[in-house]
Design a protein around this ligand. Structure first.
Ligand SMILES: NC(=O)c1ccc[n+]([C@@H]2O[C@H](COP(=O)([O-])OP(=O)(O)OC[C@H]3O[C@@H](n4cnc5c(N)ncnc54)[C@H](O)[C@@H]3O)[C@@H](O)[C@H]2O)c1
Length: 361
């Protein structure tokens, strides 16, 4: 299949491109690089062993999407492109609604015009808010607590309405728990701009000396060691699930919403210990006040994904920490260390494909 991967230059997107390529699918990335860099393309080429097509597209701009869909005949779309920082979404809710919701509406419209009827969508466990019961099943009440979560819920609903109106349109909403780790090669990984929102990149940055200690938000939760418990899922397991979802949609009659997690809760301090084992050094920790909106314990019931997709997570937190550390150690400044790509390419903007731009440069 020829798959359009929106946001494919980002953390989860680039790992999924690798998994798709390994299954023999062709990939075109569409990204505006608002939270990523074209340098990842050089790394993808090394991991996959062939160049990955990429178009510089902003999903908010319908004309760019229309040009994209006129240039390729896609068989399916995997839709990652979104803004994803919870705190930022509280400060700039309209930007989040515009980028995530308008971008998704534009994408769905173009898919409809082009007759592309299969979509794998990046949703999030954030749609459950603070669940009453763990492990969380897909039929748990949905109660978002911030604008980012609201965009994910609205996007799921928009997609659901389209599936109802057009029964030939099929979608898989994948509710990720906490993606972590990196590709085993150490060539691609998580490279947050600014202060990371997630625990694993914070641990990496402390271990590599970019931060002096790890702030742990809350040591008085009703959990075994007082710190928050989450369901960390290896990025390579997560990437594989997208391939399984796409292949499911090829034959399925209807659409699907599934949790992607391991089913195991891991506390912040347990993850810190695992990371110390992986990197062989001590991680200084400072326990500070709880963060507003954080909950004590969230982990998935992943049974539906196993039953319907035949997928389950294979890699544990030790593998996540090992691979995250391997990536960080080889790339202490993330993709800023990558020298294979001309910095001029980073300064170009909309209007032409990456290949056209690179030829021009
Ligand atoms: N990382 C997580 O912890 C997590 C958890 C649950 C869900 N998700 C969802 O998974 C998806 C991917 O997350 P990620 O961690 O890879 O994030 P990321 O920021 O690394 O990747 C998102 C990519 O989308 C691109 N993008 C954003 N807006 C765009 C637009 N308007 N047009 C074109 N490209 C655009 C960014 O430049 C980036 O390359 C997101 O939808 C996110 O909400 C992530």
């Amino acid at each position: 299949m020829l798959i359009l991967v929106t946001g494919g230059a980002g953390y989860i997107g680039c790992h999924t491109c690798v998994a798709l390529a390994e299954r023999g699918h062709s990939v075109i990335i569409a990204d505006n690089f608002s939270n990523s860099t074209p340098r990842v393309l050089q790394r993808l080429k090394r991991v996959i062993g062939a160049p990955v097509g990429c178009e510089w597209v902003d999903l908010r701009h319908r004309s760019e999407l229309s040009t994209l869909f006129s240039r390729y005949r896609f068989d399916a779309v995997v839709h990652f492109a979104a803004l994803k920082a919870v705190g930022e979404s509280c400060e700039r809710p309209l930007d989040y609604f515009d980028n995530n919701i308008t971008g998704t509406i534009n994408l769905l419209q173009q898919m409809q015009v082009a007759g592309v009827r299969r979509l794998v969508f990046s949703s999030s466990a954030t749609v459950y808010g603070a669940p009453d019961v763990v492990p969380v099943r897909e039929d748990a009440p949905l109660r978002v607590t911030n604008p980012y979560g609201r965009t994910k819920l609205v996007m799921e609903q928009l997609i659901g309405d389209l599936c109802t109106a057009e029964p030939r349109f099929r979608a898989a909403n994948l509710r990720y728990f906490n993606p972590a780790g990196a590709h085993a090669s150490g060539l691609i990984g998580e490279d947050p701009a600014g202060v990371p929102d997630n625990l694993m990149p914070c641990l990496c940055q402390v271990a590599v000396g970019r931060r002096d200690r790890l702030k742990v938000f809350g040591g008085d939760y009703p959990t075994a060691d007082g710190t928050g418990v989450r369901d960390y899922i290896h990025i390579s397991d997560l990437a594989r699930a997208h391939v399984a979802a796409l292949e499911y949609l090829q034959d399925a009659d209807g659409s699907l919403t599934v949790n992607l997690g391991t089913g195991h809760g891991v506390s912040v301090l347990e993850l810190v210990r695992a990371f110390e084992r992986a990197c062989g050094r001590e991680i200084p920790v400072e326990v500070v006040d709880r963060r507003a909106g954080d909950v004590a314990e969230v982990y998935a019931d992943p049974a539906l994904a196993q039953q319907v997709l035949g997928w389950r997570a294979m890699l544990d937190v030790d593998a996540m920490c090992r691979d995250a550390w391997h990536w960080q150690r080889l790339n202490p400044a993330g993709y800023r260390d990558v020298v294979e790509c001309t910095p001029k390419a980073l300064r170009t903007r909309h209007g032409a494909s990456m290949s056209q731009r690179e030829a021009h440069l």
